[in-house]
Design a binder for this molecule. Sequence first.
Ligand code: C2E
Ligand code: MG
Ligand code: MG
Length: 621
Amino acid sequence: MNVELQCCALFIIFTITVMFLREKKLDLMNRRLFFRAICACFACLIFDILSVILINMSVFHGFSPFITGIVCKFYIMLLVLQGYFGYVYASTSLLPQDRTWANVARVFSHLIFGVGEVLMLVFPIGFTAYGRIVYSYGPSTSVAYALSAIYILATITITIAYRKQMPGRRFMAMLLWQGIWLLAAVIQFIDPELLLVGFASSFGMVILYIQLENPSEFIDSSTGLFTTNALSAYVHDKYRFGKRFSMFTAKIHFLTNYVDYNMEQDAVIRTARALVALGPEPAFRIDDDTFCVLYDDKDRMFERAANIKMQKDGVTDIPAKGTYLLIPDSLEMSGPDEFFRFLHTYLECEQEIVIANEELVLKLRRQNRTKELIEDALKNDRVEVFYQPFYNVKESRFNVAEALVRIRRENGDIVPPGEFIPVAEESGQIIPLGIRVFEKVCKFLARGEAQKYGLDQIEINVSAAQFDYENPAKFIFDYMEKYKIDPKWINLEITETAAAQNRDIMIRNMMRLIEKEVSFSLDDFGTGRSNIDYFVNMPVKTIKFDYTFTRSFFNNEKTKHMLTGMVDILHKIGMDVVAEGIETKEQMMVMQDMGVEYIQGFYYSKPIPEEDFLSFLAGKN
Ligand code: C2E
Ligand code: MG
Ligand code: MG
């Protein structure tokens, strides 16, 4: 009897089902739909085999044609069910959730299916067999062919239309699956002796299983926890269907000076076990040292997290500490992208425990907008440099200026650096931004006009991150060479934050530049961001008193004495002093009397654009 292929297919599908059921699974919509599709395929194959047997028995041995007809109908109804499930599997993850047309399409596909199944049940069916050829015919069978064709074509269409939304592998797997099915149907139609459809559908399931529902990608081999890929799929699934969840994340920091690799691995595995033992909720390993557990509601999360804390306190054999991130309500974030951005940002922060709330999410959004602003400004040349002149007390002229960066918005508004420098420092954008500022200053100096009006030097601010990699001096040399800049025209302002991170690299870089006669100042002195240690040990020639410090001179007796004494000491060790933030004539006079070398402040000028600065110099010097 012509059932060999179907029997093979049955065996394949049975194997997949067993494997699928045995593996550790996440409750994902796709997985549920895939399992439904496997079940439909399984049932369809059984009825396929049964119908071939019964048709033979009816035709050759007089078995009840009525019962055979019913079985044949069940077979084709299940065949359509399979096509329908295939379509649902593809469309659920692709069609948008919130569009009317998509909902109409959804209802329509259900409706076609329902009506089709009823028609197949009530319409007459015939069957025949001769030699190895066995088939059914009649209106009922025609409906089945038509509907299967509709679902296969609809699935292929959706897959192609939304190919940008899925990884290439998913796209190929879906097309292959449906293509094989279509091809088998056509071959079987042309040559009814080749009963290929059942085999093709089980083969399709193998492709889906291996390529898309593959468990190995979702399981971390060393801990048995779910992987980052699994987390991504899970979180996307939850947001897609508007389901709230809570998340507990722990990052272990091993104090690696004391721990060897094996002990560390052992500790990782024990952590994983402890997480799994905490309950049936899915636990993930999202980085070498970072784990998380997802809960359906926040009360449960807080209750379990308290347990984890207790366990942690009990572990004493390995020197480690943890940072914890708790997200009580996932819907605080707008979607998976923001969710993962939040996760990455706050896992890296220094705090031991972070609990996500509206305020933190809003902060993240602001930061993200700022990042986009910087990126956009760099791309569209909307980074500008303003100049603020310093008054040289001894020479009674303006011979130095500070370069201060601004971003011009599309509408012409100016964004001050306080709004974007901290974000740029955190995101690393300070590197291209710093290079841009430096180039603009070089271009300005290359014009030579400022020098004509008596300008000797421009001071440029440098952040920690700009000096934190091996050869940051390179771009400085490159631009100085390109624009023929005399290194004496350049002075770099650094702060304690700049110096704190990697002092050795920093000093090495400074020395390289000093060799070429670029000089340095210490900025923000008196704010706690700079201190005595820095000017004693750093190769700087000028100290800049921060404006909060000079301001305090005028309303705090103690500061007054300190500042006066400080100027004295600095002069004794051969340093120059810049007083920042001088806004009134009275303040200016006091600073002059105290003997500072330079005065910077709104009293003389605010930071102004290039052309205004040239006019200023032309007028004053
Ligand atoms: P800073 O280097 O200490 O710059 C001095 C700041 O004090 C400037 O603010 C300046 O406008 C302001 N200022 C000067 N005189 C007065 C005054 O009399 N009264 C008052 N109230 N303020 C005065 P700005 O331009 O907003 O810059 C703020 C900070 O942004 C700078 O502080 C510097 O740390 C950073 N920054 C600016 N440009 C750059 C840059 O190109 N690279 C880096 N890394 N940081 C920069
Ligand atoms: Mg400065
Ligand atoms: Mg300053």
